[in-house]
Design a protein around this ligand. Sequence first.
Ligand code: ADP
Ligand code: VHF
Length: 370
Amino acid sequence: MEQSPYRRVVVKLGTSVLTGGSQSLDKAHMAELVRCMAELHQSGIDIIVCTSGAIAAGRECLDYPELPSTMSSKQLLAAVGQSQLIQLWDQLFHAYGIHVGQILLTREDVDDRERFLNARDTLDAMLEHRVVPIVNENDAVATQEIKVGDNDNLSALVSVLAEADLLMLLTDQSGLFTADPRSNPDAELICEVKRIDDSLRELAGDSGTNLGTGGMATKLQAADVARRSGIDVVIAAGASAENVLKLAGGMRIGTHFPALDEPSNNRKRWILAGSSAGGDVVVDDGAVKALQQTGSSLLPKGVVDVAGNFVRGDTVRIINQNGVIIARGISRYSMNDLKKIKQKHSNSIESVLGYEYGDVVIHRNDLILV
Ligand SMILES: Nc1ncnc2c1ncn2[C@@H]1O[C@H](COP(=O)(O)OP(=O)(O)O)[C@@H](O)[C@H]1O
Ligand SMILES: N[C@@H](CCC(=O)OP(=O)(O)O)C(=O)O
């Protein structure tokens, strides 16, 4: 494999790829995909798999039952199929000595700041321990109101959550075409998209099968979300497992959506644009110096007081002891927690609270000086 320009990659595998268009999971092809993802993992790149296929696996496992097309039928199939799916991924990665862990999300897990941070911490911990996260929507419990609804958008949210730098949307077409190639054999592949506008959205149709969800329309929505967060996105064919290696090596296959901005800038803008500060964290002069001069994270040791009312994940103002605002940032600890751990060394957080969310109160990536 070429030297990869990427360090953290989300690989989204649609039902179309995992079944090869059939009614059951194509285990041989999944093994090939794992061979390539394992190679990436072993080269030091963090891999997150966003897998579809639970509903298809559930149908297969229950021997294709006749069910009404209701939400609860889908939930039943997903509940059965998800356990089949995760077992299969586990076995396949195990052959390369790689551990996997399952994360099942709904929209609520990313909309709510505290849950967003929790999910991010879990992903970070898994990646830090070189465990491959296998993510899907929590279809078995998600109702329409709390669903992301499709795994294209889910994979974009996961990419943002994990601060990935590449999102591969692997599907049964070699990219985005000027029209749905199923019904338009003359349609041409679009190699690069710089702007996602209404005229492009008109080209992107729904899924051509009854297995996939959303077709190219949801892939465009996902590309839009991810690239705005500084993540390169590519839609490409998943039928060739080698494409995983080629794309991670920066090869130009499929349809590319280059990232629009530096992730850090974008993230910091989000902090600045975020809801009005939930509270104030007063810090000592040493902490002010560390934040302003060395770009450090804020540790509990430097916190002298807290005010207002905030929970973990809220944006807070960081002020010095003269009341001057010096920064804004997202607090990893609630106000109540912070009251207990202020002026304490980070390694005593767990003994004081009985749990910990890491050494820092506000990570430097979640902080902007004002
Ligand atoms: N402009 C387009 N270019 C490519 N494919 C398109 C386009 N419009 C609609 N499609 C359809 O999108 C399908 C892929 O989406 P989907 O079935 O949801 O797959 P997946 O399971 O991989 O998410 C293709 O099989 C194709 O029929
Ligand atoms: N979460 C569902 C897949 C939903 C979905 O978006 O499917 P797909 O369009 O094939 O990526 C499942 O596991 O069956």
